[in-house]
Design a protein around this ligand. Structure first.
Ligand SMILES: Cc1cc2nc3c(=O)[nH]c(=O)nc-3n(C[C@H](O)[C@H](O)[C@H](O)COP(=O)(O)OP(=O)(O)OC[C@H]3O[C@@H](n4cnc5c(N)ncnc54)[C@H](O)[C@@H]3O)c2cc1C
Length: 319
């Protein structure tokens, strides 16, 4: 009988994975086991028991925090090979998201990242994962074993205190990682919390020069808004710090008013503004995707509309 091998550096997350693994085990004709790296406490064992673990492989010589994701992946792949794992299930924690794809690469198999649901079918394992910020759900069918999956936490509830699992010590040699973490430097930050902002004036590539952003900055100042932007403005042009960029790979915002200036409204941007109460877009192109998403779409040139709007708001608000 093969094994579904579960791993997380956090035994409570591993317990959740064990619950998912035990649900799949009968259909995959497999048993379940967890892998624990580094020293193991009574509390760790209790967490595995809560997930219903019968067997925990314990590798003492590798520590996730000390050795990093490459070594963890090597240990996990090594044990997976030794126990003939049909599936390797990793909790999608920050470390897990780094460990799982490396494990798949070492096992020369496919990988499904940050899944929300798993099902066994007669063709193999079916994994479901959100794509484009959760707007769509992808259904993936694994063609090759072992199936390597990271699964979001918080979806499976460990049932409480099960009986103490059997612990089997495993000794493995790992090679030194090819990459060494040299330094972590704090990213340049504007020190704003866009996620909490009630009013956001957001700029896109409709602005031709960095200096032109002063138009939007002035408007934001008059109405007391925070300045946000599309990804190219922060990521490619570096006109604004990264923490002002809104969208799939940036901040998700929910202001009362989102004013999109010269932003086309690609789906990766829209995902980040979905929860805004009112969206006003100013764009020269009436067919830009943002125009059909906005509550108010102004077909116009930001270089004309923004100064006019600022002047009128100044008068109206007495500023
Ligand atoms: C994996 C991935 C993740 C991504 N994540 C993000 C993300 O988190 N956030 C994000 O924003 N993007 C993201 N992107 C990029 C995204 O696909 C778009 O390329 C980006 O949002 C476009 O930025 P923009 O609207 O500023 O520029 P453009 O698409 O170039 O649009 C500029 C708009 O300005 C208008 N315009 C031009 N001149 C004027 C003017 N004078 N007055 C008024 N309007 C004018 C144009 O009509 C056009 O609609 C991601 C892409 C990928 C592949």
């Amino acid at each position: 009988m093969s094994t579904i091998l579960v791993y997380s550096e956090n035994p409570h997350a591993a317990a959740e994975m064990l619950v998912a693994a035990r649900q799949l085990a009968p259909s995959l004709n497999a048993s379940t086991a967890a892998l624990h790296l580094g020293s193991m406490s009574e509390q760790d064992l209790k967490a595995y028991a809560a997930g219903g673990a019968e067997l925990v492989y314990h590798v003492d010589g590798v520590d996730a925090e000390k050795h990093g994701p490459a070594c963890v992946a090597e240990a996990l792949a090594n044990v997976a090979r030794n126990v003939d794992a049909v599936m390797v299930l990793v909790a999608a924690t920050r470390l897990g998201r780094e460990v799982a794809p490396r494990t798949a690469q070492r096992l020369k198999t496919g990988y499904a990242a940050e899944c929300v649901q798993l099902e066994a079918s007669s063709d193999g394992l079916v994994a479901y994962r959100g794509v484009l910020g959760g707007t769509y759900q992808a259904k993936l069918l694994f063609k090759r074993k072992p199936y390597v999956v990271s699964l979001q936490t918080g979806r499976y509830q460990p049932e409480g205190s099960g009986s103490q699992p059997r612990v089997e010590k495993v000794s493995i040699e790992i090679t030194a990682p090819q990459l060494e973490l040299v330094e972590i430097a704090r990213a340049e930050s504007a020190g704003v919390d866009l996620e909490k902002a009630e009013l956001i004036v957001s700029v896109g590539r409709g602005f031709k020069k960095r200096e032109d952003l002063s138009m939007a900055e002035e408007l934001a100042k008059v109405i007391g808004a925070e300045l946000g932007c599309s990804r190219p403005i922060a990521g490619d042009l570096k006109w604004l710090p990264e923490d002002r960029h809104i969208g799939l790979s940036g901040k998700r915002v929910k202001p009362k008013l989102y004013l999109a200036l010269g932003i086309s409204g690609q789906v990766q941007h829209l995902v980040g503004i979905r929860d805004s109460k009112v969206v006003i877009a100013v764009n020269t192109d009436s067919n830009a995707p943002i125009m059909s998403e906005a509550d108010y779409a102004v077909v116009g040139d930001i270089y004309k509309v923004v100064p006019l709007l600022t002047e009128n708001l100044k008068k109206l608000l007495g500023r």
